[in-house]
Design a protein around this ligand. Structure first.
Ligand SMILES: [Fe+2]
Length: 305
């Protein structure tokens, strides 16, 4: 990569790369970009001029691509491209890893900033490897023993669910990441609801520690790509006017945990009560997997006075 300029952007993750022309990149250049992505987790290529077809072709060199499973493009009718426009509600201003409600969430995304505001609309990323590494050993051990239920409730599709380990292992590096996010993660499977809420509140706040993050100021034409297996991101909703991104999403692989889950799923036993509703989503998931003996439909129907 000697002829490329690579500038790290924070202590935890991210690098800006100048030199490659992404619309024509192939072969060794793609391999160099793959290596840089593993090393830095988020890459930015300012000043690119890339067509929709070139964008898709570039993404295809990293794996199978897919458009968004739930959301529609506002302007672009191109298979394989997912578009978000601020004026159409497309501002992802909650920390998340993309589409973790899928059994095999995307492994990376390639984003083209088509239009950005003069001020504001920055995006932040956080390193989930750093977030995991800086937990205490007892908290690391607890988290490695747990799984979490994710769902697409933010897209009005709570029926789309997946369970993933709370700590996942990166298939290329073997490094561990803390794999829960405030947008899609609903419940620790092996804990009761109030314990789950306390732990998820803690972990989803912990990953926001500024020490683990970078904040990127966009310019039109910048292409970014991130490793979705070990990062979360967040858009600052602090701007006026239009902000349009086009994204190619490279699909997914099995999410591998650090170890097997240590305990069975927990749905509160005994007669139903007002708090039974908190177990409903998990009970629905377990029933769909053929693992549940409760009546999830009735878990919202307990009578109270
Ligand atoms: Fe996202």
């Amino acid at each position: 990569m000697s002829e490329w300029q690579v500038k790290r952007l924070s202590g935890s993750l991210g690098a800006e790369i100048r030199g490659p022309v992404l619309g024509q990149a192939s072969g060794d250049e793609i391999d160099q970009i793959k290596s840089a992505l593993v090393e830095h987790k988020v890459l930015f290529f300012p000043g690119q001029s890339i067509s929709l077809d070139e964008h898709v072709h570039f993404g295809e060199q990293f794996g199978r691509i897919e458009s968004h499973p739930n959301l529609k493009n506002p302007f672009t009718d191109h298979p394989g491209v997912f578009e978000l426009a601020a004026t159409q509600g497309g501002i992802a201003d909650e920390w998340h890893t993309d589409i973790t409600f899928e059994a095999q969430p995307s492994i990376m995304s390639v984003l083209h900033m088509v239009k950005c505001p003069d001020v504001g609309g920055d995006t932040m990323w956080t390193s989930l490897e750093r977030a995991y590494a800086e937990l205490s050993p007892p908290m690391q051990e607890l988290c490695e023993s747990l799984t979490a239920l994710h769902d697409a409730l933010p897209h009005n599709r709570p029926d789309k669910m997946a369970v993933h380990p709370v700590v996942r292992v990166h298939p290329l590096t073997g490094r561990k990441s803390l794999y829960v996010n405030e947008h899609f993660t609903r419940r620790i499977v092996e804990m009761n609801w109030s314990e789950s809420r306390a732990l998820l509140d803690y972990l989803t706040e912990w990953v926001k520690n500024p020490r683990f993050t970078l904040r990127y100021r966009w310019t039109t034409g910048t292409v970014a790509m991130w490793d979705n297996r070990c990062t979360q991101h967040f858009v600052l909703n602090d701007f006026e006017g239009e902000r349009v991104i086009q994204r190619v999403t490279i699909m997914g692989d099995e999410v591998t945990g650090a170890r097997e889950p240590k305990w069975e799923p927990f749905v509160r036993p005994g007669p139903m009560s007002a708090t039974s509703r908190h177990d409903r989503q998990l009970a629905l998931y377990l029933k769909a997997q053929g693992k549940g003996s409760n009546q999830p439909e009735q878990l919202t129907a307990a009578k109270g006075g």
